[in-house]
Design a protein around this ligand. Structure first.
Ligand SMILES: NC(=O)c1ccc[n+]([C@@H]2O[C@H](COP(=O)([O-])OP(=O)(O)OC[C@H]3O[C@@H](n4cnc5c(N)ncnc54)[C@H](O)[C@@H]3O)[C@@H](O)[C@H]2O)c1
Length: 440
């Protein structure tokens, strides 16, 4: 075996990977069931109109770095074999017939140590359930799942310079050396090695996010047009932020708390009203803009119900850490904590709550912080509790903020944990060696 790369499946994906490898000076063995594609390739052409492919093929053929053949030739000649055959949708499932056929052949013919990179898209759970078992009898082979993100037509460039390079491997801490070298030589961004399942999910949520953005743009586009506003202009300004922008993809994307506070819930509600009044209201009824409201509300309700279920019946209070709508801000109107407190009051359950903004605050200062909201003002006794009391006296504690180092130390000094903790902010274990029964 040499440092040659075998590419099995010469569709849009395979041609992109082949072009990228050849561009970086690698020798390749190209394989496809369709002999016409192999003949085209040998003549320096491809049916896939990838930018730059013809010049790359011409150079590679002139230098004798491109051969065509079958899977047996690829396994014999190459240290790394990339598999990019089709995995079409079959209803809500994926049809892995073609992929499994190739992998079965590789499982029986590949020499030990060969790295098999699956570039074909597989969906969450498929590797463990259907794909990896093909290799059970071949522990000497290195099977890798690489979720690939390509734009048709610009696939070579995208393979060389992707937004991210991800590889799902058996042991992410110790990926195969042949793979590391391949990525270093061919792809111009550093690789992130993860487990198989993580790689499957990264592909899924990446594409779901793109679909969500497109659906969102279509819906707001239709709504704006209906109201006489040109969508392209406002979308450009609304989302065209610089490096300090707050809408960058990663911001706000922390699974845990639903949104709350004085702005987002109100704005989603008003948007809901605009959608209902629109001439497109039937579309919007099933749309993503409407889901801004329904999804968030459902998430809130589920969290509240879980907290009640865990805490009720014990005879002890229910606890909340973090009552302000935003950490470090002394405002409780529209905070998530109010939903929990209201629900507990509805079933006559006692709540003890702590927030650094209100701990030990005097009644007058709290009345001012309530900003004329009489319900918030009525919660003085509930929400001015010390952290220690909430932590020690409650059956279930909702952790609704990222704890400061001081708060963590205060909790650790108590040497105890509530029976149930629902942590919305991934604070991690709060007591070494002692665990609550549940996390959010
Ligand atoms: N097209 C893209 O830009 C893109 C991007 C990301 C992921 N993917 C994924 O990559 C995979 C391939 O997509 P595509 O669009 O290139 O598919 P495609 O249908 O265009 O090409 C698949 C090729 O595999 C060949 N093939 C099938 N079985 C074979 C076998 N046993 N041996 C050799 N060749 C075989 C077919 O003849 C065909 O040429 C899919 O899973 C797809 O979801 C594609």
């Amino acid at each position: 075996m040499t440092s040659s790369v075998g590419v099995i499946g010469l569709g849009n994906m395979g041609v992109s990977v082949l072009g990228a490898c050849l561009h970086k000076g690698r020798s390749c063995v190209a394989v496809d069931l369709d002999r016409r594609k192999l003949a085209e390739l040998a003549a320096g052409r491809t049916v896939v109109p990838e930018h730059g492919i013809e010049a790359i093929l011409a150079t590679a053929l002139a230098e004798g770095r491109l051969q065509t053949g079958d899977t047996a030739k690829a396994t014999r000649d190459c240290a790394l074999v990339f598999v990019g055959v089709q995995t079409p949708a079959a209803g809500e499932q994926c049809d892995y017939t073609a992929l499994e056929a190739v992998l079965r052949e590789l499982a029986s013919t590949s020499p030990d140590g060969q790295v098999i990179v699956i570039g074909s898209t597989v969906f969450p759970g498929a590797l463990a359930a259907e794909i990896l078992p093909i290799f059970t009898a071949r522990p000497g082979l290195e099977v890798v799942y690489e979720p690939v993100f390509l734009r048709a037509g610009y696939g070579i460039d995208d393979y060389l310079r992707p937004g991210k390079l991800v590889a799902g491997t058996r042991n992410p801490a110790n990926p195969p050396a042949v793979l590391e070298r391949f990525f270093r030589d061919v792809v111009e961004v550093p690789a992130r090695y993860v487990g198989y399942a993580e790689a499957e999910w990264i592909k899924m949520i990446h594409n779901a996010w793109m679909g969500l953005k497109i659906s969102f743009a279509n819906e707001v586009g239709a709504l704006c047009t209906e109201h006489g506003v040109a969508p392209a202009d406002i979308i450009d300004i609304a989302f065209g932020e610089g490096a300090w922008g707050r809408l960058l993809t990663r911001s706000h994307m922390k699974p845990g708390p639903p949104y709350s506070g004085p702005c987002l819930p109100k704005d989603a509600q008003i948007l809901g009203g605009l959608l209902a009044a629109s001439k497109h209201h039937e579309w919007f009824e099933q749309g993503v803009c409407r889901a801004l409201r329904t999804s968030n509300e459902k998430h809130r309700q589920d969290l509240v119900q879980r907290w009640l279920n865990l805490g009720l019946g014990s005879g002890r209070p229910l606890g909340i850490i973090g009552t302000a709508f935003r950490p470090g801000f002394n405002e409780m109107r529209e905070s998530l904590a109010l939903d929990f407190i209201r629900a507990a009051q509805g079933v006559d359950a006692e709540v003890l709550a702590y927030d650094p903004m209100f701990e030990g605050i005097d009644r007058q200062a709290f009345a001012l912080a309530a900003r004329q909201n009489t319900f918030v003002e009525s919660l003085y006794d509930t929400v001015s509790q010390p952290l220690e009391r909430v932590w020690c006296d409650c059956e279930v504690v909702l952790v609704n903020r990222t704890l400061s180092d001081v708060e963590r130390r205060r909790i650790q000094a108590l040497g105890t944990v509530p029976r149930f903790v629902m942590d919305l902010y991934e604070n991690g274990p709060l007591q070494a060696g002692r665990r609550s029964e549940v996390a959010a």
